[in-house]
Design a binder for this molecule. Structure first.
Ligand SMILES: [Zn+2]
Ligand SMILES: [Zn+2]
Length: 135
């Protein structure tokens, strides 16, 4: 399973670029098929996995320094905002589930935990490894 972005579809903000995670670069929404249709090459692009970094146990507004899915942090994109995360393994972790629940049930909690999205070398992760990250 890998992240892709379909520019033939609109995202939640109403602009082109709907993210999806699938085994093949075929958009589940519009059906654009990069495997079989050369024209789809320009609308289905490789996306990036955004991983979840849980909050630091003690220090406010700091991350814990680990990705919830267990992958190394180097050269990966991650966020402390559960809504920004698209890594399926991170989203299955107890840390993410707890954070997501807290964010969507308590306004105070949300304001307290204000970790900006951190971007580490956006060009580094291009899914060169044949090893699937999320199955
Ligand atoms: Zn689409
Ligand atoms: Zn992850």
């Amino acid at each position: 399973m890998r992240p892709y972005v379909c520019y033939n579809c609109l995202n939640a903000k109403g602009t082109p670029g709907r993210q999806f995670i699938a085994a093949q670069p075929i958009c589940p929404t519009c059906g654009a098929d990069r495997v079989n249709d050369p024209k789809a090459k320009h609308v289905i692009l490789d996306g990036k996995l955004i991983h979840f970094e849980g909050p630091h146990a003690i220090i406010r507004e700091k991350g814990c320094g680990k990705l919830a899915c267990g992958l190394q942090m180097a050269n990966r994109q991650f966020s402390g905002d559960p809504d920004a995360v698209n890594c399926p393994k991170c989203k299955a972790s107890p840390e993410w589930i707890e954070r997501h629940k807290a964010k969507h049930t308590s306004v105070d909690e949300l304001q307290e935990f204000d970790v900006p999205n951190v971007e580490i070398d956006p060009n580094a992760e291009q899914y060169k490894t044949p090893k699937p990250e999320a199955e």
